[in-house]
Design a protein around this ligand. Sequence first.
Ligand code: AMP
Length: 428
Amino acid sequence: MSQKFAAVKGMNDLLPPQIETWQFLERTARELFGTWGYSEVRTPILEDTGLFVRSVGEVTDIVSKEMYTFTDKGDRSVTMRPENTAPAVRAYIEHGFAQQPVTRWYYLGPMFRYERMKTGRYRQFYQLGAEAYGSQDASQDVENIALAWHFLKAVGVQHVTLHLNSLGDAADRPKYLEALKAHFAPHLATFSDAAKDTFERNTMRLLDTKEEALKPLIESAPRVGDFLGEAAAKHFDEVKALLTTLGIPFVIDPKLVRGLDYYTRTTFEFIYEPPGGDNALGTAGTVCGGGRYDNLVKELGGPEKPAVGFAMGLDRLVLLLESLGKRPERRPLLFLATMDGELKAHAVKLVTELRTQGLFVDFDPRGGKIKRQVERASTLKARYFGVYGEQEHQSRTLKLKAMDLPDGDPNKEVQVGLDTLADWLRAR
Ligand code: AMP
């Protein structure tokens, strides 16, 4: 008896033809991030559970509800990474990079969170992130933000707005939390159980909640920006000024606190906000989130090293680009129909030679009727079609037909000598 399986809920297969969009994003990222001085790192999927508890924070949604955690055969508690900032910091310290003055890294890979699923929110999803360690200067924040901005532009995403805030330094936090608690406390009786829990465990995150009933209270809540110490306030002013100098527009978003514990000073998000409200991402409009985390390296046992970084959700970018019809096309330049028998070997040899020269040339291994091979060529959207028959073999010339070139006559045939075929195709 056979048995059929389906993918685990929340885990997606990434398949052709959408994979072209994925690969386009990945190619562009590697090229652009390299140009900006960021080198790739690949950390393992499994990490010590304690790493995330300590860095992301015990009372965050990620750690308290969403982690894929299990005990391995060696009786260790391990977790499938829900994010890559903490693993990168772990590697940065473990391998001695923290001894260097400045380090810039990027990563690209799957993350795992047991989340409630909806459009743009999955349990295995892909993040592209960039982290810069070693400087607290505003120019480092802005460089990191500018990288995200230019990447989004380079891949053709429009209508994203940069939301910006500063959470101040760790020393500024207690006063703000006190004010926030005083603001919400008189209304606690009207709160949902979830909101009460957030109030108790991570008050600042109340600003992030989407509960309708809380909206007016959130609107009137004290602003973290009014509680910044002198140093953090100056730093935030410098960040804003430099963004303006670089021509990167932003809006100040005092409610932007982000869900993770390790942020200090700058926090930012890029949110997809198309005019007219027709939003391919539904309510999952945040395509990128990041900020400064000046204490995390020290918290995880390294030296004093300030850092800033972001993570971009690739699944959401793919959804967006697909909805805009921006999938890059991969079409064979030439489809070569083959005849059965000895001639087929010559045709396969020609296809192989052209392929080794970097040309996308295809054929149908099943061979068979020419009519069916034409159909196959047209399914693949090949640009040119030719038959490798006896006459072609003898004359060392192919008759090529343009399948659908907008400017060409579809019935017109051109004769191309086999010796010049590669050059001819390359020029198309
Ligand atoms: P975070 O690490 O939560 O700040 O997330 C950074 C970015 O990753 C978000 O802005 C999303 O674009 C993306 N992201 C986070 N969680 C998910 C998820 N469950 N599914 C898809 N994308 C996600």
